[in-house]
Design a protein around this ligand. Structure first.
Ligand SMILES: Cc1ncc(COP(=O)(O)O)c(C=O)c1O
Length: 345
């Protein structure tokens, strides 16, 4: 047998949403932003192109400075990552030994499980109520909790009081993954200020329309960030990602109207689906989880795909009759709703 670690051999790996190789699909399956970033920020790439033979800044200084200004913290409180997935991986390798446990909610972002398995750590699945919400503060001794708020695949914020009580009593690190934060009304800066064991992760993939660039952040106490910094790859962000990420953060004001537009479209999408006989769960994100009453969800997924509309279906026992739909442009959501209405007949 080849000398592969058992923890690697035994995991199927992460299953990302489909990225079709043709451009004729309406893509509502991977929570990307339907709007491109403002063209003005692309100018930041130009001066980097002639420097590509040189290594990038290993500590992403300018990007971290811009992030510090945007988030209202000090640069020493920020670690830059090659997407927030990189941050999750770094956190795992900084705070958890193989054989120890990682706490995640029953249901959440499935990458947490894959990273944990590959690391040779054990998953502690924390029960949620029938709405997939926390039913109280978490009682766990896991050295790391991965808690997304808003939490996919539903997209609702976790209860702040429960989160606060969890941070207060938890002996390990509480990593609050805020990938979708800009599409809702809350954030968790207050918890970061109150608790030294809290870390927030952010990404430019969703609200800043840069999923293809791979820029994420961990924000936390300098004593934690310093340790995480030892674990990351030596040049974990390339030159282009650092430059474009910096420009995007500085252009934050230009993105806010896009977030408002996505929120307005989310309401239209939810209302449209409800009128078409779906149960739509409340969302603070750029997607909704919805269950059709008149067709099995896998069939709906396939029939929409046949009509070149991609949504996400998860073969998970708790959401077997749900699809997750990313908020697209108004025109895309009109096409989706028209296709669903036609299927319903
Ligand atoms: C909760 C959550 N965290 C992190 C990510 C990954 O973000 P990034 O593109 O920054 O790696 C996703 C992507 O879908 C997500 O849903």
């Amino acid at each position: 047998m080849l000398p592969i670690r058992a923890s690697v051999r035994q995991t199927p790996g992460y299953t990302p949403g489909e990225q079709p190789q043709t451009t004729d699909f309406i893509k509502l399956n991977t929570n990307e932003n339907p709007y491109p970033p403002p063209a003005s920020i692309l100018a930041a790439l130009e001066p980097e192109l002639e420097k590509l033979r040189l290594y990038p800044d290993p500590v992403s200084r300018r990007l971290r400075q811009a992030a510090a200004e945007t988030f209202g913290v000090q640069p020493e409180q920020i670690l830059a990552g090659n997407g927030s997935d990189d941050i999750l991986n770094i956190a795992l390798r900084t705070f958890v030994d193989p054989g120890q446990t990682v706490g995640v909610l029953d249901l959440t972002y499935s990458l947490y499980q894959t990273l944990t398995a590959v690391h040779g750590a054990e998953l502690e699945v924390i029960a949620t109520n029938e709405r997939f919400e926390l039913s109280g503060p978490i009682i766990s001794t896991a050295p790391l909790l991965f808690l997304a708020s808003p939490n996919p695949p539903v997209g609702k914020h976790l209860n702040k009081d429960f989160l606060r009580a969890t941070c207060a009593r938890h002996p390990g690190i509480v990593l609050i993954d805020e990938a979708y934060i800009d599409f809702g009304d809350e954030d968790h800066w207050d918890l970061l200020a109150e608790f030294e064991n809290a870390i927030i992760s952010r990404t430019l993939s969703k609200s800043y329309s840069l999923a293809g660039m791979r820029v994420g952040f961990a924000i936390g106490a300098p004593a934690l960030i310093r340790e995480m910094d030892k674990v990351r790859d030596s040049y974990n962000l390339d030159r282009l990602a650092q430059a474009l990420g910096t420009a995007a953060l500085k252009a934050r004001a230009d993105f806010i109207p896009l977030w408002q537009k996505i929120r307005a479209t989310r309401i239209r999408l939810s209302q449209g689906l409800t009128a078409l006989g779906f149960e739509v769960l409340d969302s603070d994100s750029n997607f909704v989880l919805a269950s059709p009453s008149w067709i099995p969800a896998p069939e709906l997924y396939q029939k929409l795909k046949d009509r070149k509309i991609l949504v996400r279906y998860f073969n998970h026992p708790r959401i077997l009759n749900f699809v997750r739909i990313t908020v697209g442009t108004d025109a895309e959501i009109d096409r989706l709703l028209a296709a669903v209405a036609e299927l319903k007949g």
